[in-house]
Design a protein around this ligand. Structure first.
Ligand code: QUE
Length: 351
C-alpha cells in the first residue's frame, strides 16, 4: 500500500526554504499546530538536506520557525492517532522511521546545522535541533521531552543527548518530562549558545554570510551570553541524589525523603503521567548508556512499534490533544502494576 502524505500539508507550504547568502534556510511554517512535524514536513526537510549536502554554494544550514511561539512542539502525534483509528500500519511505520532517519542525518551532517530555537522545542522538535552542531536558545525557549505525559517515551534519539547531560539531569528530564529554559539548556549542553531574541535577526544575517564552521563559531561566540545561575544548577545535588537509581520506585522513594517544596510539585505532576512510560523512559536511558546515536535510534524505532500497539500512547494522545480532558485512563494505574517483564517486552525485536 503506498503511503499517503497528509493531504493538508501536501502543498509543502508547511516547510519554507530558500538559499540566503551561503545558507540553506529551512523555515517551519505550520504555526497553528505549533509546527508539529508531519510526515510531509519530515520528507521535505530530508529532501532539502540531501539537496544541500553536495551543493558547494550552500555552506551552512539554518533551521528556524515562522511562529513567535514555537520552534516545534513535537511530532504530529495526532496523525498517528488517526492512522491507528484507520489501521494504517504503513503510516505508523513511515512517520517514525523517516523522522529517526532525519535525526541521524542531522547528527552526521557535514556542514554546520544551526537551529534557532526562539520558542518551544519539545519531543520531535528537540530531535530536529539538538542533534545539530549549533543550537541557539533565547529567553523565549522552552525545551522538554514530555512524552511520558502522552503514554509514549523520550524518542528521537533523546537517550543520546540526555545521557550526555551532567549527572542525573538527563534522567530527570526524560523520566519526569519537565521543561527547561535557555540558562538550563546551556548548562546541560543541550544548547550551545544563548542570545536575546531581539538579536536573532542580526545574527541570522551574519550567519548567512558565514562560509565555514569556524566563521559560524566566531559569530556565535562573539554574540552569545555566558552561563549564569540556573534552576538545574541550583538543584543539581538534589537531582543527582534522587535520580541515580535503576527503578522508578527507588527514585520516588528518594524524592519522598526530600523536604524541598519543588519535589512536591514533581511528585504531584508524576501522578498524571503514564506509569508504563515512566518505567520505559528509565529503562531506555539505562540500556542506552554508551551507545551511539544510530544504535539508539534503531532501538527507539523498535520501542515505537510496540507503543503504537499498546493502549497508553493512543489514550494519552486522546486525553491531551484530541479530547483535551487532560484525564488519561492509563492501562496500568500503579507503578507496581508495571512488571519488569512488561517493560522488557517493549525492547523485543519485531518479527
Ligand atoms: C507531550 C508530547 C507532545 C505534546 C504534548 C505533551 C507531543 C506533541 C504535541 C503536539 C502539540 C501541538 C500540536 C500537535 C502535537 O503535544 O509530542 O499536533 O498541534 O507533538 O504533553 O510528547
Amino acid at each position: 500500500m503506498p503511503i499517503m502524505p497528509s493531504l493538508k500539508n501536501a502543498d509543502g507550504q508547511d516547510v519554507l526554504s530558500k538559499v540566503d547568502g551561503y545558507a540553506g534556510v529551512i523555515t517551519l511554517n505550520r504555526p497553528k499546530a505549533l509546527n508539529a512535524l508531519s510526515l510531509s514536513m519530515i520528507r521535505e526537510i530530508t529532501r532539502l538536506l540531501m539537496e544541500w549536502k553536495d551543493d558547494p554554494d550552500v555552506r551552512t544550514i539554518i533551521i528556524q520557525s515562522s511562529s513567535g511561539k514555537a520552534f516545534c512542539a513535537g511530532g504530529d502525534v495526532r496523525s498517528v492517532y488517526e492512522a491507528r483509528l484507520k489501521g494504517d500500519e504503513d503510516y505508523m511505520v513511515a512517520i517514525f522511521q523517516e523522522e529517526y532517519l532525519l535525526n541521524f542525518m542531522i547528527h552526521m551532517y557535514p556542514k554546520p546545522y544551526i537551529a534557532l530555537i526562539d520558542g518551544i522545542a519539545m519531543g520531535g522538535g528537540m530531535g530536529i535541533s539538538i542533534h545539530g552542531s549549533h543550537r541557539i536558545v533565547t529567553e523565549r525557549s522552552v525545551l522538554a521531552m514530555p512524552e511520558v505525559n502522552i503514554g509514549f517515551f523520550p524518542d528521537v534519539g533523546a537517550s543520546y543527548f540526555l545521557n550526555r547531560c551532567p549527572g542525573e539531569i538527563g534522567t530527570f528530564l526524560g523520566v519526569l518530562g519537565e521543561s527547561i529554559t535557555a540558562e538550563d539548556a546551556l548548562y546541560t549542553g543541550l544548547a550551545t549558545h544563548r542570545l536575546a531574541s531581539l538579536e536573532i535577526p542580526g545574527i541570522y544575517q551574519a550567519l548567512t554570510e558565514a562560509q565555514s564552521s569556524a566563521e559560524v563559531d566566531d559569530i556565535l561566540q562573539d554574540a552569545a551570553g555566558g552561563q549564569s545561575d540556573c534552576f538545574l544548577q541550583t538543584h543539581r545535588n538534589l537531582i543527582d541524589r534522587c535520580f541515580g537509581f535503576n527503578t522508578v520506585e527507588e527514585i520516588f522513594e528518594a524524592l519522598q525523603q526530600e523536604s524541598n517544596p519543588i519535589v512536591r510539585e514533581w511528585l504531584k505532576g508524576s501522578l498524571k503521567k503514564s506509569p508504563t512510560s515512566l518505567k520505559l523512559a528509565l529503562a531506555l536511558l539505562r540500556r542506552t548508556k554508551g551507545m551511539g546515536l544510530r544504535e539508539i535510534l534503531a532501538l527507539d524505532f523498535q520501542v515505537s512499534r510496540h507503543c503504537v500497539e499498546a493502549p497508553d500512547f493512543f489514550e494519552g494522545i486522546r486525553a491531551v490533544l484530541i479530547d483535551k480532558d487532560q484525564n488519561p485512563s492509563w492501562n496500568s494505574t500503579n507503578l507496581s502494576d508495571v512488571t519488569p517483564e512488561m517493560i522488557e517486552g517493549y525492547f523485543k525485536p519485531l518479527v
